[in-house]
Design a protein around this ligand. Structure first.
Ligand code: SF4
Length: 664
């Protein structure tokens, strides 16, 4: 097994103009979006430090946290299975599929499923898994694996997707992204409605409540966990947070880092299967908790890699990933590493063997951009260095992936650099050599076969090394002057003006593409009737709140995929993100806010809370079978990072805000 495939894939990637344009576009937009999103939380650094500490505590006490989480999830009615490795996880899943006589599996995005080669194994067992995230669906149709953990089809341009849909789905060739998105919506809607099992990943498991938290933007995650009769969640054992308060912290970091949003469009909070009296939600909810090498990783010098929340920010920041894409991260056996980028170059060798994937840690400039981007402050350069040094759970040989000549050179360099007099002597010799070798240039010509000087000149070594310059500077600068180099900085205090929650909520939801209509409660039936007439809606899917305001002849209490408008109540509104909190239950089907193209929510102004953290403290949020936090209409940017509204969930979100501030 050699590194030939790895090297030749890198060369191909760099030479592929389409790929380079797609990667540049992704990196630019993601980085800008991330910076804008973090501007709204000036305490980002303390939050990041707190997130790091929480994950450190979870990983250090993982057995205890797992015990408590499993016991709470079981009390809630979730069937919990533990899998030591991929084979066991697949066996458990296939058994669930067999007992439910399942064939069609609607799947939302899950990196754990990539790790266990889920689709391939299911197909081998005669099942039909269908990816429902738009980017994942595109790569599945192409017979590929995702090239980015957040944007699976980042390597493709719209023309390639147009050609793919033309060939596989029989539509006329088009590069119109909304048309392509609508085509996927139409095809996949049928899959959601007829699937026997829905499969999802899990972003966070909350120990204190046994909650499964899943964040998506398109609505496919909600579909997979709500519509099919059985839901199976796949989760790595490390994805725990102790409390709902901690969850609020992580949710303030994950979407901002991943997609530049304050909150993802849908944050699902799942506790149990469907309960008596409810008309939607799965009859069975399973959780497969996967170890697959994590326990060994936890007791190795790479344990910090288990703090990762899979936001993908380190990939977007990495100068190597930005030139090569995830498809270049190949093992010695030619297989694709399930996790690419800086974190993947640690996790892939750490979980799946250093012999096959250890060389990936060399695919880094160690510039530190990944550490700076990481919302959990994982010291990725240190982990990459430890991987290079062979400090993986399977203890591989140091310097794996490096050519013998380079290893020898590095060994020599270490020897010289470790002794200051030797280092000084070599600096002087180097300066002398470069003056003789390139007497008239400021750079040195390096023979092409070395690989150096390919894109940059190699600067001529200085005649006067830094040490000798420093010696002179030290003599010139008196201690008094040197202590005067840091002038006192007076902190600038920006006064914070509290805005009314209604105004804040309205502004934030409007930015997200939603609409707020203020109304007195007594006027609401008339305002709603007008609105429904403007949409030409002759039937409306309602929950019990909607039913109070919509004429009886018009409202329908059962899910019906043909109905275009859903009207629901909302438990709360979150002012600083413009989000709605909806909880399921008898008389409150969550599908009313999911299946129709238009979602109308009725929210009382007294139910507005300042922040997500306040919303998660509302007791019902943890008590119901399932709840969801909705932040704007369904959206995707999976094709060329172009924002497209209305993928699997509603494309329109209108909130009728009832002013009940005078109510007792
Ligand atoms: S290592 Fe940090 S930046 Fe990279 S995916 Fe994980 S959490 Fe995000």
């Amino acid at each position: 097994m050699s590194l030939k495939a790895f090297h030749s894939r890198i060369r191909q990637s760099i030479a592929d103009e389409n790929l380079q344009a797609a990667l540049d576009n992704n990196a630019r937009r993601r980085t800008e979006g991330r910076i804008d999103a973090f501007a709204s939380i000036p305490d980002y650094q303390p939050r990041r430090a707190r997130a790091h500490d929480i994950k450190a505590d979870v990983v250090a006490n993982l057995d205890e946290y797992l015990r408590r989480f499993i016991s709470r999830a079981k009390e809630n009615g979730i069937q919990v299975h533990r899998a030591a490795d991929s084979a066991e996880a697949l066996r458990i899943f296939l058994e669930i599929a067999r007992t439910n006589n399942a064939h069609l599996v609607a799947k939302s995005k899950s990196m754990v499923s990539e790790e266990i080669n889920f689709n391939h194994e299911l197909e081998a067992a005669g099942l039909r898994p269908v990816e429902t995230d738009l980017g994942e669906y595109i790569v599945q149709l192409r017979g590929e694996r995702p090239s980015h953990i957040i944007t699976p089809a980042v390597h493709l341009r719209r023309g390639q997707v147009g050609q793919l849909f033309h060939e596989k789905l029989g539509i006329p060739y088009t590069e119109d992204i909304p048309v392509l998105t609508n085509t996927a919506r139409r095809v996949l809607r049928e899959v959601f409605l007829t699937a026997d099992i829905g499969v999802s990943g899990v972003n966070f498991g909350v120990v204190e409540t046994g909650t499964l938290c899943i964040v998506t933007n398109e609505g496919n995650g909600r579909m997979c966990t709500t519509v099919p009769p059985v839901h199976v969640a796949l989760m790595g054992i490390e994805r725990l947070v102790p409390s709902l308060d901690d969850l609020a912290l992580f949710l303030s970091l994950l979407p901002r880092s991943a997609t530049g949003q304050k909150l993802s469009v849908y944050t699902s909070l799942l506790h149990s299967p469907r309960r008596p009296g409810e008309i939607d939600g799965p009859f069975e909810r399973h959780l497969i908790l996967l170890d697959n090498g994590r326990s060994r990783l936890r007791s190795s010098p790479l344990s910090e890699s288990l703090f990762c929340i899979r936001c993908g920010a380190c990939l977007n920041a990495c100068p190597v990933f930005r030139e090569t894409s995830g498809h270049a991260y190949l093992g010695r056996d030619g297989s694709l590493a399930p996790y690419p980028g800086p974190i993947g170059s640690v996790v892939s060798p750490g979980l799946f063997g250093c012999e096959n994937f250890g060389h990936l840690a060399q695919a880094s400039s160690l510039c530190g951009a990944c550490k700076e981007a990481c919302p959990v402050d994982i010291d990725l350069p240190a982990l990459l260095l430890r991987t290079r040094a062979g400090e993986t759970p399977d203890k591989c040989r140091p310097g794996i992936g490096l050519p013998a000549a380079l290893k020898l050179g590095l060994w020599g360099f270490r020897l010289i650099a470790g002794t200051s007099s030797l280092f000084a002597a070599f600096q002087t010799l180097g300066g002398l050599f470069s003056r003789l070798y390139s007497p008239r240039r400021t750079y040195m010509r390096i023979p092409a076969w070395t690989g150096w000087g390919y894109s940059k000149d190699f600067p001529r070594l200085s005649d006067r090394p830094f040490r000798s310059k420093w010696r002179n500077i030290k003599q010139d600068v008196s201690p008094r002057e040197s202590s005067a180099v840091s002038p006192e900085i007076t902190p600038v205090v920006i006064p914070v003006v509290a805005r009314p929650l209604e105004d804040q909520f309205t502004e934030e939801l409007t930015i997200l593409g939603g609409r707020v209509v203020k109304s007195a409660e007594k006027d609401l039936p008339g305002r709603l009737a007008e609105f429904l007439a403007s949409k030409g809606a002759d039937r409306v899917f309602v929950d019990e709140v909607g039913a109070r305001f919509i004429a009886q002849g018009l409202h329908v209490l059962q899910p019906d995929p043909q109905i275009r408008v859903g009207v629901t109540g909302a438990l709360a509104g979150i002012a600083d993100t413009g989000s709605l909190v909806l909880v399921g239950g008898p008389g409150s089907p969550l599908t009313a806010s999911l299946l129709p193209e238009v979602h109308v929510a009725i929210l009382k102004s007294s139910a507005l809370v300042p922040s997500l953290s306040d919303a998660l403290q509302i007791p019902e949020v943890a008590e119901v079978a399932a709840g969801v936090i909705i932040s704007g209409p369904s959206r995707t940017a999976d094709i060329e990072m172009t924002l497209t509204i209305g993928v699997h969930g509603p494309g329109e979100l209108i909130v009728f805000l009832i002013d009940d501030s005078d109510a007792v």
